[in-house]
Design a protein around this ligand. Sequence first.
Ligand code: HEC
Length: 201
Amino acid sequence: MNSFELNKILGAVLGTFLFLVAMHIGAGAIFTPTPPAKPGYEIEVKQEAPAGGGAAAPTAVPIAQLLASANPQAGQTDAKVCLTCHTFGKGEGNKVGPNLYGVVGRAVASEAGFNYSAALKAKGGTWTFDALSPWIENPRKEVPGTLMTFGGIPNEKQRADIIAYLNSNSDKPEPLPKAADNGGANQSANTPNAPAPAEKK
Ligand code: HEC
């Protein structure tokens, strides 16, 4: 084998190698997969109000509309599931979860003596009707990392009843939205009564 032949063989090997590299780069450029923003499958679910007080987007059925016909007595019964972890009475103290007396209109994660998760403390804002609804619907979806390991109340009628009960369970209940305020499909009009700026006891 003379050196010319050896060169040909090496050339062929090198050529093949370069060709493969070029193919790889080329294929990569053409077929670059776009990784999904969130890993996992995209599942269509109804859009919920984002966390935090402030300007929350309206939920599918605005909670204000449901509250207009909510029944706090039914809510008290439905809220029995909360008693495992919460007390509702004034000054009853904290259990696994904080005392919920007067929680409507209270600043998020503000009950004295309760050791809140960093996740809930980071949420900020006030427990308005709008903020409570997605939270009670699915706490761990609304505030990932929360210590409230509770599945939530998916039924919106029950949820509205519970929120009406929470509201009645207070020194100064907020006025419930009236049906007349919501007379129509115009969701953006449903800004429920903003709570009075949190006056602290
Ligand atoms: C398994 C126990 C458990 C159950 C059941 C439970 N909670 Fe909670 N809840 C917690 C814990 C723990 C926290 C504090 C969460 C944190 O710090 O992340 C909390 C926090 C809350 C807060 C926020 C209070 C604040 O001061 O910011 C509200 C409102 C609330 N729960 C409502 C309810 C309602 C209404 C129910 C029943 C429908 C319920 N919870 C059921 C454990 C529970």
